[in-house]
Design a protein around this ligand. Structure first.
Ligand SMILES: [Zn+2]
Length: 292
């Protein structure tokens, strides 16, 4: 099967160094394999969205020469596909409605584990929908982080597919769209390693193939905090593509090709790309300004 990779940013701010690392690594991996690279905007949480940031992220990638093979897929337009997936899980008894308040969940140890709601149905109020998580371990081999195993029921319990306010869960949307986009390998930060068993479980319950997984070290600041909008990570400077790409390549343990043209630099980096230096590393200090 031909390789298909993706980068799936949330439009909650401009592209910063940590997200550039994930974008570039997935692009290099796809180009090295001679495969396709796709974009997906995970805009399913309007309250957290920063207006204009989806367009800004896509424009920055384009200016850096990290180009996609198809127009970006927007999750905000995928509600019908998520509804169909939820209906399928409801039809086979794998999803159940939940009317629990935060307080009720707190009393139950913050997790649902019995495959049914612990609160009474409330007339006229939309429920959340949860997955009835079976008693089983999910195991997979991560390309960089090695063998992984999680009992989803013990770790997170019956997790949410659709919130009571009507918003779709990240887990359901991600799984449905990785299937829809035909993704063969997911390359992303190790902060999402913990979500992967839930996603593999959902793939199995929805009859979708499970892609390979490669979880990269997360870029952290001097204090060990993940670079994010919350830590005021500065946006990537797209006016100097060579410097931005060189910084991300160094973070990824790759040699920086000594060519002036950013496009030629990206091609050479893709030819040579080997993620082996990152094996077993879940976080690494970001130093985007170091000289190349
Ligand atoms: Zn409940």
């Amino acid at each position: 099967m031909a390789y298909r990779g993706r980068f799936a940013p949330s439009p909650t701010g401009k592209l910063h160094f940590g997200s550039l690392v994930a974008a570039l690594a997935s692009w290099l991996r796809a180009r090295h394999a001679g495969g396709a690279w796709l974009l997906r905007v995970e805009d399913i949480d309007p309250p957290r969205e920063v207006p204009g940031s989806a367009a800004a992220i896509l424009a920055t990638l384009e200016r850096l020469g990290v180009g996609a093979d198809a127009p970006a897929l927007f999750q905000s337009r995928r509600g019908a596909a998520y509804a169909a997936a939820l209906q399928r899980l409801r039809d086979d008894g794998s999803a159940f409605p939940c009317w629990c308040s935060r307080a009720e969940l707190g009393a139950a140890g913050a997790a649902h584990r019995d495959g049914r709601c612990i609160a009474p149905a409330r007339d006229g109020q939309e429920p959340a929908w949860r997955l009835r998580v079976p008693r089983a371990d999910i195991e997979f081999e991560d390309v960089l982080q090695g063998p992984q195993r999680q009992n989803v029921r013990d770790a997170v319990g019956d997790f949410v597919l659709k919130r009571a306010d009507g918003l779709w869960s990240y887990q359901l949307a991600c799984v449905v769209d990785d299937g829809f986009q035909g993704i063969t390998e997911v390359v992303r930060g190790a902060d999402l390693l913990d979500s992967t068993p839930r996603q593999i479980l959902l793939q199995r319950m929805l009859g979708l193939p499970t892609p390979a997984y490669l979880h990269l070290p997360v870029a952290v600041d001097a204090c060990g905090c993940k670079l994010s909008k919350a830590t005021d990570a500065p946006p990537v400077e797209a006016r100097d593509p060579r410097a931005a790409i060189a910084g991300a390549l160094r973070f990824l343990g790759q040699a920086v090709p000594q060519v002036r043209d950013p496009g030629a630099m990206l091609c050479a980096a893709a030819d040579a790309f080997d993620p082996a230096p990152l094996r077993g590393i879940v976080s690494r200090k970001a130093d985007p300004q170091a000289p190349s």
